[in-house]
Design a protein around this ligand. Structure first.
Ligand SMILES: Cc1cc2nc3c(=O)[nH]c(=O)nc-3n(C[C@H](O)[C@H](O)[C@H](O)COP(=O)(O)O)c2cc1C
Length: 322
C-alpha cells in the first residue's frame, strides 16, 4: 500500500475530488470514505465547512478530507478545514498553511515541484481532460509520468482527469499513481448535491468545452463544462468566451468577491444565459432553477462514458476491483 494511503489509513486507491459550490458535502464524502476510498468535502463558507466535516464524522469513522480553493480560502476556511484528516488545495502558489496531511492538485511539473518544496505530503497531477476548473495542459497520464520522473522515488503522486471506470483506475495505478482522483464520476452519484436536472443533463452529454466563460468572481481560470444555453450563446466564436466578456469579468471580479453572501445570492437569482454576468456557481441543490442554462455545467471529458447514477459506496468498490 502506498505511504500516503497508509498514513491516512484508506484502503482503496480511489479518491473523490472535493467539488465546491455545494456539490460535494458530507453524504458523498462519508459514503466514499466508508467504502474504503477517501471522500473530500468541497469548499464552503467556514461555518458551513465545519458543519459538513462534523456531519461526515457522524456518518463514518474513516478519514475524510476537505478541499480549499486558494483564491478564496481565508483564515476561517483554514481553521475549519483543519478538522478534516487531510487538506487538499488547488489553484495558486502552494504554501503550507496548516499542520497535518496536505495534498496539492497541480497542472504542471513546475507546480508539483513547488508543492513538494513547500512541504506538501502528496500532489495530484491534473490532466487537461478534467472537469471543473482545469490547471492541466496535457493529458493526465502524460503529466503523471513527467511529475513522477521529476519528484523523488516513493513520493506520493495521485492523478485526476478522465477516470470513470475500473479499467481507468487500473491504468492510473499501472502508470505509477498512488491513487486515482475522480470528480465527474462522483458527481453522478445519488449522494452528490448537484441538482437532479444537472445530473440528467450530464448523463445525456457527449461533449465538453474548455472555456473561461463563467468567470465573474473567478476570472481567467479555465474550466471544463458541457453545453447549455449560455455556453451555446457565447461560445460560437472563441471557446474561451468573447474577449470583452472576459475583460468585464476581470474588472468586476474584485468587487464581486467582496460582496456579502446575501448579495451574491441575489446576483445568482438574476443570472441569465443572455447576460454577460456569468459566475462560477454550478446548479447545486438549493440554487435557482435558471442556473441550469445560465450557470456552468462542469463536467470532464469522461462524461461521455457515464450513463448511470450510482450509490457512491458501491461505485468505490467497483472502481477498485482490478
Ligand atoms: C463539478 C466539479 C467541481 C469541481 N470543483 C473543484 C473544487 O472545488 N476544488 C478542486 O480542487 N477541484 C475541483 N474540481 C476538479 C477536480 O478536483 C478534479 O481535478 C477533476 O474532477 C478530475 O477530472 P474528472 O472530472 O474527469 O474526474 C471540480 C470538478 C468538477 C467536475
Amino acid at each position: 500500500m502506498s505511504a500516503l494511503r497508509e498514513r491516512l489509513r484508506f484502503e482503496l486507491p480511489v479518491v473523490q475530488a472535493g467539488m465546491g459550490g455545494g456539490i460535494a458535502g458530507a453524504e458523498l464524502a462519508a459514503a466514499v470514505s466508508e467504502a474504503g476510498g477517501l471522500g473530500t468535502i468541497g469548499i464552503a463558507e467556514p461555518e458551513h465547512l465545519r458543519r459538513e466535516i462534523a456531519a461526515a464524522r457522524e456518518r463514518t469513522s474513516k478519514p475524510v478530507a476537505a478541499n480549499l480553493l486558494l483564491p478564496f480560502a481565508r483564515r476561517g476556511h483554514w481553521e475549519a478545514a483543519r478538522q478534516a484528516d487531510a487538506i487538499v488545495t488547488f489553484w495558486g502558489r502552494p504554501r503550507r498553511r496548516a499542520p497535518g496531511v496536505w495534498i496539492h492538485q497541480c497542472g504542471s511539473v513546475a507546480e508539483a515541484l513547488a508543492a513538494h518544496r513547500a512541504g506538501a505530503d502528496a500532489v495530484i497531477a491534473q490532466g487537461i481532460e478534467a472537469g471543473g476548473h482545469v490547471r492541466g495542459k496535457v493529458p493526465a497520464l502524460e503529466l503523471l509520468a513527467a511529475v513522477r520522473a521529476a519528484l523523488p522515488p516513493g513520493y506520493p503522486v495521485l492523478v485526476a482527469g478522465g477516470i470513470a471506470e475500473a479499467a481507468d483506475v487500473a491504468a492510473a495505478l499501472d502508470a505509477g499513481a498512488d491513487a486515482a482522483v475522480l470528480g465527474t464520476r462522483f458527481l453522478l452519484t445519488d449522494e452528490s448535491r448537484a441538482r437532479l436536472a444537472y445530473k440528467q443533463r450530464l448523463l445525456e452529454a457527449r461533449e465538453t468545452v474548455l472555456t473561461e466563460l463563467f468567470g465573474l468572481g473567478w476570472p481567467a481560470a479555465p474550466h471544463r463544462v458541457t453545453w447549455n444555453e449560455a455556453a451555446e450563446r457565447w461560445l460560437a466564436g472563441d471557446r474561451r468566451g468573447p474577449a470583452w466578456v472576459r475583460a468585464l469579468h476581470r474588472v468586476l471580479s474584485p468587487a464581486v468577491k467582496r460582496l456579502p453572501e446575501s448579495a451574491q445570492a441575489r446576483g445568482l437569482a438574476q443570472q441569465r444565459p443572455d447576460r454577460p454576468f456569468l459566475g462560477p456557481q454550478p446548479p447545486a441543490e438549493g440554487t435557482p432553477d435558471g442556473l441550469l442554462d445560465s450557470g456552468p455545467l462542469y463536467a470532464g471529458e469522461c462524461v461521455a462514458r457515464i450513463h448511470d447514477l450510482r450509490p457512491a459506496g458501491e461505485l468505490v468498490r467497483e472502481l477498485a476491483r482490478a
